[in-house]
Ligand binder design. Sequence first.
Ligand code: TXA
Ligand code: MG
Length: 324
Amino acid sequence: MVKTSDIEKAADVLRAGGLVALPTETVYGLGANAEDPAAIARIFQVKGRPPSHPLIVHIAGAEHLDDWVQDVPQAARVLAEHYWPGPLTLVLRRGPRVPLEATGGLQTVAVRVPDHPAALALLEAFGGGVTAPSANRFGQVSPTTANDVRAELGDGVDFVLDGGRCLVGVESTIVDVTSDAPSILRPGGVTREELEAVLGFPLAVPSTSHVRVPGQHPSHYAPRARVVLVEPEKVIAEAELAQELGHQVGAFVPASFAGAPVTAHAVLTVPASMSAYARELYGFLRKFDQLGCDLIIASLPKEEGLGLAIANRLLRAAGPRSTV
Ligand code: TXA
Ligand code: MG
């Protein structure tokens, strides 16, 4: 349980233009007053993120949606009703209250209601919207505990609201509802199948979440160690070979091979359930870094249910690293 005094302190920091790391059900966010361009500028500076990248505005409940956006289509109302609070972000037309600094200059804005008691208590106490990207340095692994946030951002954040471990573990699903054919921009905590069942029609999913060629994904959600993806039945052999060649290998052993002996620097077994896998994914990637691995050998889960979001994050983690 988060103390009321901590909620009040966090709300005061937001009012004073400061940055608060807040827990959500997906990952920790780096929050600022959504109506304070100077505070928003600090988010980009602390994250090292280009200011053209738009942020998500977090609100306390679906009843506040119309304060922030315009022209809400029926599909958006249906999804908000069904999944908020929850790991679903809706992209809608920006209302005048949202500064362009929060949207990277776009006329659309991403909005969600997080399903975490401390986040909701903070949003209620603060009374406004909170823009919050994931509380990691740009391109790195998202934090799922308060300690991860401190390790990522240190003094860059004015207050860390510790709400325990994030229960979903991967970011929200982002659905663009600004066109007549809503589409998934980022797979996440609510599955495509669930959304389609509620809407009653199929959603377009970008090829980036499907394409199996890692080279096509610029690196993101990435640990320090290089990530190499292989077929599930090759993980152990490839890990042992790379270890023999002098790498400090972190082997991400598929659940179906649990218990098999592996000669590697560090071995973690992927949980069999996709929800457990999503919850552990970022913690595992961090663990391999902490243990000093320079190479992680992993495989992709089936791209169905939460497996779609997990596969998307692993593909991005395995993408080519920027050299700048
Ligand atoms: O689960 C989550 O969504 C977490 C927690 C903290 O809420 N937040 C999160 O934020 O993942 P961030 O900034 O790391 O990712 C937000 C994504 C970015 O990829 C951004 O491009 C996209 O949302 N986005 C934001 N506004 C958008 C818009 N108007 N149109 C299209 N994409 C947008
Ligand atoms: Mg992020």
